[in-house]
Design a protein. Structure first.
Length: 75
């Protein structure tokens, strides 16, 4: 179920299977009608979650403006 913007980001990232930019995530979220959002809101939500939860966050920033699921980066 998608209850938050972060849920929508997780859904999209799981579907794609690779890191994506906040711009691309926002466009897919809006296109799929999962959540009303903007690129800035996606970037802020992901960055805030990573800062607040650190290693416990589901997300990781892998490039200047690309985010991935943490489970993909664990060897």
């Amino acid at each position: 179920m998608i209850y938050t913007l972060l849920d929508a980001c997780e859904f999209i990232l799981n579907d794609q299977g690779e890191a994506q930019s906040s711009y691309w995530l926002a466009s897919q979220i809006m296109e799929m009608k999962l959540w009303r959002t903007t690129e800035a809101k996606v970037r802020t939500a992901l960055t805030k979650d990573i800062q607040q939860h650190g290693e416990a966050s589901l997300f990781v920033k892998v490039a200047d403006d690309e985010f991935a699921l943490r489970t993909w980066t664990v060897a």
